[in-house]
Design a protein around this ligand. Sequence first.
Ligand SMILES: Nc1ncnc2c1ncn2[C@@H]1O[C@H](COP(=O)(O)OP(=O)(O)OP(=O)(O)O)[C@@H](O)[C@H]1O
Length: 287
Amino acid sequence: MTADRTGPGPAPEPGVRKPGALLVLDGVRRCFGGIAAVHVEHLEVQRGTITALIGPNGAGKTTLFNLVSGFDRPDGGRWTFAGRRLDGRSPHRIARSGLVRTFQLTRTLARLTVLENLLLAAPAQRGERLSAALFAPVWRGQERAHRARADELLVRFRLDRLRDEYAGTLSGGQRKLLELARALMARPQMLLLDEPMAGVNPALAQSLLGHITQLRDEGLTVCFVEHDMDVVMGVSDWVAVMAGGRLVAEGPPATIGRNPDVVDAYLGRRHDEPEADGADPRRRKGR
Ligand SMILES: Nc1ncnc2c1ncn2[C@@H]1O[C@H](COP(=O)(O)OP(=O)(O)OP(=O)(O)O)[C@@H](O)[C@H]1O
């Protein structure tokens, strides 16, 4: 289901209920040294939308991503994905449920080729288990399917010419495309992207944004952390704002840009107000 981006949507209130919510968080808390880095009472992510998660440095955005994807453990709370409880599950189980988070290429992955990176990101192969020696034809069929999926993604992201290059030789933007392609090997329902545009040149950033909206149009749900307000306002259907670990506002991008609480807590000025020097305020970073 793709969200209706033209008709009236959910009210712009923190914690608002949404039709077709895919991810639903309740009372999710994480403390470091007695201080709550995250304390989200209620948050729903609507299926088939692009949701930007914004907030000042230290607001808790990355910690929230780590919790939801199983890479960190909460001190309290629960969340469901497509109606299934996922709190307490391992990152592997969560990814298998269809909720996948991208990571920057590690040094180890940089020493593998682009194609190897994709094949390694494929869902666990049954052939890896000893008992599966009995099922060699099944395993070979799976491997063929993974290769076909990798080829499809290499073409989609225009990385096919680079398939045999070491990932470490790619440009910043090409690495981001590879990270996206790796996440898509498992055919997820929802992607969590942490600053997908960081370190990407403007031309490739446009192409990356095009890919993300295209994936949304095909039914994928995307939630991304971003500091660049230009990107946030240009690409997202919905914006959730965190400050001090809490969800302080949410709404469509235009509404969020005019929300006085958000302006105070984060943006510093109204999104649609010109700066004194005449520069477009959307060029300002939220940092
Ligand atoms: N492993 C950790 N140990 C101790 N404190 C942590 C840890 N991880 C995060 N924090 C603290 O939790 C708070 C939230 O950090 P987090 O990185 O989630 O914020 P953020 O919104 O992603 O910030 P940024 O935009 O700068 O990436 C910060 O005060 C941070 O110092």
